[in-house]
Every structure is written in structure tokens, then in C-alpha cells.
Design a protein. Sequence first.
Length: 132
Amino acid sequence: MTGALDCLITGELQQASKAQQRSSGGHDDDDVASSEDDAKLFGMGDSSGHLAERYLQKTYNKTGSLMALSCKGTAVLACKCAGLGAKEAKEVTAAAFRFGRDLGLCFQLVDDAIDFEAEAAQVGKPTAADLK
């Protein structure tokens, strides 16, 4: 539980830090991806991969970690109920974690793409809110 909260708080702080820098006119190349960086990912791309790495780390912290740790927790309980040995349980929980992580990243990628491309009336919420 604390791992999920730690990741979620880190992701929120990453996003808030970049928003605060933009509002104050500051810029730090080593900070997390900004909405401009996210827009580049969805539009023009980034040949270095640096923006993509920062975006995926922020996305993991905000969404992927929640799904990854939820899947892992469910797998721990399922392995216990099934009576699996330690080695098998470790493999199953690791696979469940990876599945949840990837599912969370995919979910957020699609959500961000919709935010970037759609109109607010189509989505039912303010667009580009997750990219700020």
C-alpha cells in the first residue's frame, strides 16, 4: 500500500512541479515531462527518447503503479489460496505486476492521446488536463 501511495505522490509532484515552473517562467531540462514535452511525443516525436522516458516514468508513477500493485496484490492472494510454492508464487506475482504496469501505461497513453486530440464536448471533461 505504501508503495502505491509513494508512486502516486511522486507522479503528482512531478506533474505539479512542471506546471509551477511553466507558470513562473522557469525551465529545468532534467525535470519531468511538461505538457509541451507530451505534445511533442504525440505530434513530432523525440529522436533521443529522453522525453519518452520522462513521460513514461511520470505515467507509471501516476497510473501504472496503481494497476501494477493492484494486480500484484491480487496475485499474492490468489497464489496463497491456490497453495502455490514460493518459486511459483514469485513468478506469478511478477507477471501480474508487469501486466498491471503495462495495462496502466496503455490506459494512460490512450487517455492522454484522447485529451490531446479531442474536443472537451466529445470527451466530457476539460481536454489536456492530464498533460498539464
